[in-house]
Ligand binder design. Structure first.
Ligand SMILES: *[C@@H]1O[C@H](CO)[C@@H](O)[C@H](O)[C@H]1NC(C)=O
Ligand SMILES: *[C@@H]1O[C@H](CO)[C@@H](O)[C@H](O)[C@H]1NC(C)=O
Ligand SMILES: *[C@@H]1O[C@H](CO)[C@@H](O)[C@H](O)[C@H]1NC(C)=O
Ligand SMILES: *[C@@H]1O[C@H](CO)[C@@H](O)[C@H](O)[C@H]1NC(C)=O
Length: 284
């Protein structure tokens, strides 16, 4: 019985190494497995550029396991029922990582070291979902120069104002499905290339412009599914000079919407009032 199973039909090799990419590199795909992950189990003579670990029940992982795949560019750890704490040591031998996803199973209580992903200088995309991270801080992003940061569903309530200060090349920040109420002044100050900021399903009740920074490249901002009832729309162009899509969510009544739309026309801004989550209200 092989520990690493072949899943994808077009994989032409027998033990889970898929010839998968144009550049002749391979992916190791570990699916629905139980048992310890070790360096030995991942070792192969093939040039592995990608590792995906999905829907497993893995009680432990040797800290040097990924030293078997030093050319890895992509690692995805997705939907595992049981998975050990993710530590910085795990990434000691994968300096070429550019795309990393940790999407925990909903009730897995996945743990990570706050500095687990630091110093991966080639990393451009980091996605962490359904992991409990109440406070974002700079310590989590030391040595990173990300373009895409996705922290959807991480119970974030607080964002230190210097959290993103070392990552001026961020283009997309996805912070939906958290518990963020407000932004500290300076939080987005250095993000001159930020195009998309997703804040849907949080706890903003107002947009207080005093807390915001001018975002010269912002095209999309989304507050769907927030309890948002207050926003001075006349300030939008001042803070977001090239904004194309500004969604204020479904919290405003018809009279307010009409007034805001009227006001926003003066500044040539298109507003949207849409929620995405729909709750069925059962009336007795
Ligand atoms: C391994 O694959 C990477 C692409 O992911 C490539 O850049 C590198 O040259 C390959 N190395 C070898 C030894 O084939
Ligand atoms: C977020 O917090 C809620 C309530 O405390 C908890 O039930 C849930 O498991 C937490 N989510 C994560 C990803 O830890
Ligand atoms: C607003 O939307 C209209 C119609 O969709 C479009 O023609 C116009 O260019 C938009 N304006 C801005 C400033 O994006
Ligand atoms: C809409 O909301 C505003 C602010 O809360 C309130 O003053 C107004 O009465 C509401 N209008 C309607 C028609 O419900």
């Amino acid at each position: 019985m092989t520990w690493i199973k072949l899943l994808l039909l077009y994989c032409s090799y027998s033990i889970g190494y898929c010839r998968y990419f144009d550049d002749d590199s391979y992916e190791i795909y570990i699916y629905k497995e139980e048992g310890k992950i070790t360096k030995n189990k991942l070792s192969t003579s093939k040039n592995v550029s990608s590792l995906e670990i999905m829907s497993t029940n893995v009680p432990s992982i040797e800290p040097d396991s990924f030293c078997a795949i030093p050319n890895a560019r992509t690692i995805k750890i997705i939907g595992n029922e049981v998975f050990p704490k993710i530590t910085k040591k795990l990434f000691q031998c994968t300096p070429k990582l550019s795309y990393l996803t940790l999407d925990a199973a909903a009730d897995a209580n996945q743990e990570i070291e706050r500095n687990a992903f630091t110093d991966l200088t080639d990393l451009t995309s980091l996605r962490i979902n359904d992991v409990n991270i109440p406070r974002l801080g700079k310590d989590m992003f030391v040595g990173l120069n990300l373009e895409i940061l996705n922290l959807v569903g991480c119970n974030i309530t607080e964002i230190d104002s210097d959290s993103f200060s070392g990552m001026p090349n961020l283009k997309e920040v996805h912070l939906g499905h958290n518990s963020i109420r407000s932004i500290k002044p300076g939080t987005f100050k250095s993000l001159h290339h930020l195009k998309e900021l997703m804040l849907n399903t949080n706890e903003f009740s107002e947009i207080n412009w005093d807390q915001w920074d001018i975002l010269p490249s912002l095209e999309v901002i989304d507050f769907a599914d927030n309890p948002l009832v207050k926003c001075d729309v006349s300030k939008i162009r001042e803070y977001f000079p090239i904004i194309e899509f500004f969604n204020l969510g479904g919290g405003f009544n018809a009279t307010q919407k009409e007034a805001m739309i009227e006001e926003s026309k003066r500044f040539n801004v298109n507003l949207t009032f849409t929620n995405y989550n729909t709750y069925e209200v059962i009336e007795e």
